[in-house]
Write a protein that binds this ligand. Structure first.
Ligand code: WT7
Length: 635
């Protein structure tokens, strides 16, 4: 029996039982057999969810890039590690072998180090999906610097907030990016952001679109000439198991983003283990995850998980609709992709288009299909299964979070029978619990509740950077002794889990996790706005779209409403990014509030979803009359 590569359902149950009976023994065996260590651990696990404090493999020493690159060199030196597929299909794809990857990572490690970046320093990476992005994560890890990637669709304000929150000294960016037929001026966004970031002393700029950008003297430098001069070897910095590897921001229920901090050894073991099992990866496969490395999916399942397994991982710069809606399938055919991992929102968008965009390509290389980021609806699941997988590729609906570092609930292909819209069973080592309103765990099957996890797994985030109290309050205070996910879930008659959606103030739009508070804060900055409330409503491509209820100040009442709507969305674009724009904006005289002043979002959600048959008891509201007005004028 192999813990590391599960092949049938019975084996899954055996491995799962073992992982729960003796978690430490289980994770020790995996760590020992599948990774290289400079020194082994003293203890496998120390934990206390009440503090919370979690340590995996304490005392061990390692470098994750040695595991992701160096150790493969004697057998996979000329194997493609990163297969770069550019935005423009006429530009040639680039194969970066393990040997070349080692040289590039080492060169960049030398560049960073010559610029004064040391172990523990934070480096913010604001790059498009070009090879330099993956290389920069690994270069930071090589020297022990902590990377914090900011998705290159975020605005300058969002970028500066994150740079200052983690105290980065350096930013890596590019002269711009391609996105379908458009180009985006990333460097201009960085320049704006840095007006508010006095501690950033150095900006390294990768060349991608050859645009005329302004280089600030003494601060900005082109990356390529530095790389050319740099030495192609750099001994991996020896790190402690619990040294931070990266910080990645996710939104929460206040305006400030949460910098989730992940550490080295546990993250490595868990991302590699789940990659191998969830995608049933084999040596000759070509694996493609369409996410952006700016999200956790890209960290764990484009970079670290695949490379730790010596895989070939595709990095795609473009979008699914360029040059046409067949692009994904064109790339699958061209590179003979075996595992394909994408978001339900992309599937829904493509399913709306002509089927010819799919059928004209040869997709016979595909073995496993994956989805992530939001619940997948039945219709999209079947379209994916019938037309992309041609009914022979299991679909892994993988549930996890930025905070969890890796996939927690997912079928194991060819082992777990799939069921549309169900993430099915917990990965080995994962002990889910459903909780009721009274804080009690719900036993048995055919039940639903709030999803928690009872026992730590190696890649759980260790803290929120600079705010351990918020980490405790957000994840470990709702249910004593348990990690609370913020999601609701049900467990069916055979114990399969189905994620039903967020139960907090986070809304998943097109697979992006958006907090209502930061959006409301952005809107309220508009001089004509007095107050606002954001809720989600069902949308057939995005999953959820955003509906904003806005109260105007007296000065705003006379203004043109269409212009105001545009300006409000412009505020959001500036403060967060275009992904957080509102689909609908309704101007209202007031918001339904409880007597303690809390906005009753439940009512607003129902109105936005046009589900007003049962609004519940509104008589306890401070201002029940406002509900009728909002309903009458709803969009
Ligand atoms: C939230 C986490 C994990 C990488 C991408 C998102 C939702 C995620 C699923 C799924 C239903 C899902 C949850 C979760 N979610 N995967 N397979 N089925 N919902 O990471 O931005 O941290 O968002 O995404 O609500 O809590 P994230």
């Amino acid at each position: 029996m192999s813990n590391y590569h599960i092949k049938h359902l019975e084996e899954y149950f055996q491995v799962y039982r073992k992982s729960v009976r003796n978690p430490e023994g289980f994770w020790e065996e995996i760590a020992e057999e599948h990774f290289v260590w400079r020194k082994k651990w003293n203890t496998v696990l120390d934990w206390d969810f009440s503090k919370p404090e979690i340590k995996w493999y304490d005392g061990a020493k390692l470098n994750i890039t040695e595991n992701c690159i160096d150790r493969h060199l004697h057998i996979r030196s000329d194997k493609t590690a990163i297969l770069f597929e550019p935005n423009n299909p006429n530009e040639e794809a680039r194969h970066i072998t393990y040997k070349q990857l080692k040289e590039k990572v080492c060169k960049m490690a030398n560049v960073l180090s010559e610029k004064g970046i040391k172990k523990g320093d934070r480096v913010v990476i604001y790059l498009p999906m070009i090879p330099e992005l993956a290389i920069s994560l690994l270069a930071c890890a090589r020297i022990g610097a902590v990377h914090s990637v900011v998705f290159a669709g975020f605005s300058s304000t969002a970028l500066s907030t994150r740079i200052n929150d983690c105290g980065a000294k350096m930013v890596l960016t590019s002269d711009g990016s391609y996105r379908g037929s458009k180009t985006i001026d990333l460097k201009g966004i960085v320049d704006d952001a840095l007006e508010d970031c006095p501690d950033v002393k150095s900006v390294l700029v990768a060349k991608r679109i050859n645009s005329n950008i302004v280089m600030k003297k003494g601060r900005d430098e082109w990356l390529a000439p530095l790389m050319e001069k740099a030495y192609g070897d750099y001994p991996p910095e020896v790190m402690d198991a619990e040294d931070p590897l990266f910080i990645l921001y996710t939104s929460g229920s206040t305006g400030r983003p949460k910098g989730m901090m992940h550490t080295t050894a546990g993250y490595m073991v868990y991302s590699a283990y789940t990659f191998k099992n969830v995608f049933q990866y084999r040596e000759e496969d070509v694996y493609w995850c369409t996410a952006d490395i700016g999200w956790i999916t890209g960290h764990s399942y484009i970079v670290y998980g695949p490379l730790a397994n010596g895989a070939t991982t595709v990095m795609f710069e473009g979008v699914p609709s360029y040059p046409d809606f067949g692009r994904f399938w064109d790339v699958v055919q061209k590179h003979k992709v075996s595992q394909f991992y994408t978001a339900p929102t992309a599937i829904r968008a493509l399913a709306k288009e002509n089927l010819d965009f799919v059928t004209k390509y040869d997709l016979s290389s595909l073995k496993v299909l994956g989805t992530v980021g939001e619940p997948i609806n039945e219709e999209a699941w079947h379209w994916y299964n019938d037309h992309v997988g041609e009914k022979k590729c299991p679909i892994v609906d993988t549930w996890w979070q930025t905070e969890t570092g890796g996939i927690l609930i997912s079928p194991i292909p060819f082992a777990t029978p799939t069921k549309p819209t169900y993430a099915t069973l917990p990965m080995p080592g994962i002990q889910p619990a459903l909780m009721d309103e009274n804080g009690e765990e719900i036993q048995g099957n055919q039940v639903d509740g709030r999803l928690c996890v009872k026992f730590p797994w190696p890649s759980i985030a260790r803290t929120i950077w600079g705010d351990h109290k918020r980490y405790k309050d957000t994840y470990f205070s709702a249910y004593e002794g348990k990690y609370f996910t913020g999601d609701g879930a049900l467990r069916d008659e055979v114990g399969y889990y189905r994620i039903t959606g967020r139960v907090d103030d986070v809304i998943i739009v097109s697979g992006h996790n958006l907090g209502t508070a930061p959006i409301e804060d952005a809107i309220n900055e508009h001089p004509a706005v007095a107050e606002s409330a954001i809720v989600g409503f069902p949308h057939d491509i995005k999953g959820n779209a955003l509906y904003g209820y806005v109260i105007l100040k007296e000065t705003g009442e006379s203004r043109n409403r269409d212009n105001l709507k545009k300006e409000i969305n412009q505020m959001i674009t500036e403060h967060i990014g275009p992904i957080a724009k509102l689909n609908k904006i309704q101007f209202v005289p007031g918001l339904p509030k409880t007597r303690s002043g809390k906005i009753m979002r439940r009512i607003l959600r129902k109105i936005a979803s046009k589900d007003t048959s049962n609004l519940g008891d509104t008589s306890t509201l401070l201002n029940p009359e406002v509900v009728d007005t909002i309903m009458k004028e709803s969009l």
